[in-house]
Design a protein around this ligand. Structure first.
Ligand code: SAH
Ligand code: SF4
Length: 388
């Protein structure tokens, strides 16, 4: 099997080029051809020396993932199913909105965490995706969309690691993939626009802060350990207090001054007023000052044999209102791509009344809770940052 160049971040590609006796700048050229122009053949790369163009096919390839299917939703959402071999497939979802285009990317075939409300969790774990397989989803979607929309500009402005799998349980492959997403010679996304979502792998949250701090979303789903133990089994290993401590440690390195918490609304399970009260006390009180955060309420997307139901809309709204009134910016996620079953944790959102919550964020900042940010130099984009 030859080397797949989609597996490399720029450093990796430079090392590979050096092994071939090629200068480092060749790696930048190759990298741009692959990620910026979507090239998959070396003979297209007209500014490479002909001898190199002829040599490369015998030692490496640019191998995308085979597409099993594409479904287009009436609302513009697109879902692809990619074949990752041995009967496994992963999903990638594009969600267009007025001011951005978000790609929801998978990190594993299946997932070992086994959350009760998650159909990926119910499938069990097959294997980690490679860096190349994570990037192949972005590479394919970006260049498909550019062609399809006849755009020379970037179409995907945000990436969320909220597809199948627990990204922080595939850390070794994840970090180089994130680096490529951020690299100005590749996708040039700002750190604020790349989000890793985790069920709470505490030691890896700390490592991510050092290795590649991007926006962090934490799937909380419950306000106390007894309930969370039953919904997110990883909680037995890393209980809520440890998880929130890790969030506080992450913030100084994070590109945003808050953590996003995800909360899947399950009828009669975690959606009652007492849960909202507990959640408020937790998020506002943890560590004495609370955790600077925003909360996303995700309507549960039902699947066969889950034994769970989505909370009624009125319950979701009441829950969100309690949180907002208590000072936590809370967004109810709209479901997108319903007709193609394109559930993804990060969907377009409606912010409920945010005045109280904005006041609370200001109070936290005034109290010095807002940590001093150490943001490594950011690739600038011309796109507006989102406000929600
Ligand atoms: N493993 C990571 C990222 C993938 S799941 C994590 O758990 O964060 C992305 C998001 O979708 C998570 O917040 C997850 O809790 C949520 N999710 C999973 N199954 C869901 C379902 N059936 N309905 C609604 N949200 C779901
Ligand atoms: Fe895995 Fe996330 Fe699904 Fe839990 S919610 S089983 S961590 S993919």
């Amino acid at each position: 099997m030859t080397v797949n160049l989609l597996d490399f971040d720029l450093e990796g590609l430079a090392a590979f080029c050096e092994k071939l006796g090629e200068k480092r700048f060749r790696a930048v050229q190759l990298f741009r051809w692959i990620h910026q122009k979507g090239a998959s053949r070396f003979d297209e790369m007209t500014d490479l020396a002909r001898s190199l163009r002829e040599k490369l096919p015998s030692v490496c390839s640019i191998t995308p993932l085979p597409v099993l299917s594409r479904q287009d939703s009436a609302d513009g959402t697109i879902k692809w199913l990619f074949d990752v071999g041995d009967g496994n497939a992963v999903e990638t979802v594009f969600i267009p909105e007025d001011d951005r285009g978000t790609l929801c990317v998978s990190s594993q075939a299946g997932c070992a965490v086994g959350c009760r409300f998650c159909s990926t969790g119910h499938q069990g774990f097959s294997r980690n995706l490679t860096t190349g397989e994570i990037l192949a989803q972005l590479w394919y979607a970006e260049h498909y969309l550019r062609q399809h929309l006849n755009s020379k500009e970037r179409v995907i402005t945000n990436v969320v690691m909220m597809g199948m799998g627990e990204p922080l349980q595939n850390y070794g492959a994840l970090v180089p993939a994130l680096r490529v997403m951020l690299d100005d010679h590749a996708y040039g996304l700002s750190r604020r626009r790349v989000t890793v979502s985790t069920s709470g792998v505490v030691p890896m949250i700390d490592r991510l802060a050092k290795d590649c701090p991007v926006a962090l979303a934490v799937s909380l789903h419950a306000p106390n350990d007894a309930l969370r133990d039953g919904l997110v089994p990883l909680n037995r290993k890393y209980p809520i207090a440890e998880l929130l401590d890790a969030c506080l440690r992450y913030l100084p390195a994070a590109p945003r001054d808050f953590i996003t918490f995800e909360y899947c609304m399950l009828d009669g399970v975690n959606d009652q007023p007492e849960h909202a009260q507990q959640l408020l006390a937790l998020l506002r009180g943890h560590g004495g000052t609370g955790v600077p955060c925003k909360l996303n309420l995700i309507p549960f997307n039902p699947f066969p044999d889950s034994g769970l139901k989505c909370s009624p809309r009125s319950t979701v709204l009441r829950f969100g209102q309690m949180l907002n009134e208590g000072g936590i910016v809370t967004t109810v996620r709209k479901t997108r791509g319903d007709d193609i079953d394109a559930a993804c944790g990060q969907l377009a959102g409606d912010v409920l009344d945010r005045t109280q919550a904005a006041r609370r964020m200001a109070q936290l900042r005034a109290a010095g809770v807002h940590p001093v940010k150490v943001v490594p130099s950011l690739p600038q984009t011309t796109h507006q940052e989102d406000s929600a």
